[in-house]
Design a protein around this ligand. Structure first.
Ligand SMILES: Nc1nc2c(c(=O)[nH]1)N[C@@H](CN(C=O)c1ccc(C(=O)N[C@@H](CCC(=O)O)C(=O)O)cc1)CN2
Length: 297
């Protein structure tokens, strides 16, 4: 079997197009322009690229972008004061603090200081609790992107066996909650899981989010299964230079799977598209305007 490639880049462009249409509608019907504030502390090169991309795409869909770049040695008090200002700014509907933060800053404290209704990353403890109990919440962007692609590929996910490899707060745990919400039978596997190959082999859906380059080989995959690769790892290329690979061994998995996301061009682009969708959702909820179906969980 040769897997269908799930083209995340094209899917993300479609989602951004839908967001742009809805932003135009908000402007025309309600005189509203959604605003997204992105806060970057320090100068991590990868984070700088992601933040630039977020700002550019925010403007492209017709929203206002507010970028706050702070020095690496910014104090926690100063960062919390900025978040408080953004929480109280009516022009700002969504707030995102780019991760990772420098070591001297308490990530949980910073995230939990964002007003939950403006937490477009869905990382605030209130949103985590709402998602975990099946209530309306802001949903973390990367798992939301994975869910959108899975729904588009499968239609209904009900009754499917799903294995999520990785138990991070940002991807693994919310992904498991979303799959449960769509009535999958969900296993969360991690570094202590016994006989991981056997666990993965029974899955109709495999979501790999461990952060270990090419860890999942094709002979762990059930023929016809859908493989969603969340990993973004840079490795040495034969003959010099580097290249990006996921957490699954693409060639051997694509030979067995029914469908697979590539790296790059799979889950990654959906993260920013879903951030824009979440900013739209936050703006609608804040103004009691019905949300666009398909752009939320
Ligand atoms: N506050 C947050 N911080 C971080 C998040 C997040 O969702 N919220 N996620 C990641 C980084 N990230 C967005 O912030 C992100 C990562 C990857 C991509 C992407 O499009 N990747 C491309 C490859 C890019 C490359 O060439 O390096 C792909 O997979 O095709 C977008 C956004 C950590 N921090």
């Amino acid at each position: 079997m040769t897997a269908t490639i799930i083209d995340g880049k094209a899917f993300a462009a479609k989602v951004r197009g839908q967001v742009a249409e809805q932003v135009a509608r908000l402007k025309a019907d309600h005189g509203l322009i959604p605003g997204l504030a992105v806060v970057l502390v320090g100068a991590d090169p990868a984070s700088e690229v992601y933040v630039r991309s977020k700002g550019k795409m925010t403007v492209e869909v017709g929203m206002n972008s507010f970028e706050h770049k702070l020095a690496a040695d910014t104090s926690e008090a100063d960062l919390l004061a900025l978040i408080d200002k953004l929480n109280n700014d009516p022009q700002v509907n969504g707030i995102l603090v780019q991760l990772p933060l420098p070591d001297h800053l308490n990530e949980d404290l910073v995230i939990n200081s964002i007003a939950p209704q403006k937490d477009v990353d869905g990382f605030h403890i209130s949103n985590v609790g709402l998602l975990g109990t099946g209530q309306k919440s802001m949903v973390p962007c990367t798992p939301l992107g994975c869910l959108m692609m899975l729904r588009a590929h499968h239609g209904s996910l009900s009754g499917l066996d799903a294995v999520v490899i990785g138990r991070s707060n940002i991807v693994g745990k919310p992904m498991a909650q979303l799959l449960l919400g769509d009535s999958c039978t969900v296993t969360v596997a991690h570094s202590r899981t016994r006989d991981l190959p056997a666990v993965v082999r029974r899955a109709d859906i495999v979501v790999a989010a461990v952060g270990r380059a090419q860890m999942v080989p094709g002979d762990w995959i059930k023929p016809g299964a859908t493989v969603i690769d969340v990993g973004i790892n840079r490795i040495e290329k034969d003959g010099g230079g580097t290249r990006l690979v996921g957490d699954v061994d693409y060639d051997s998995c694509a030979a067995v799977a029914g469908a697979i996301t590539p790296v790059p061009g799979g889950v990654g682009p959906m993260t920013i598209a879903c951030l824009l969708a979440n900013t739209l959702t936050a703006t609608c909820r804040d103004n009691n305007i019905p949300e666009t179906t398909g752009l939320t969980a």
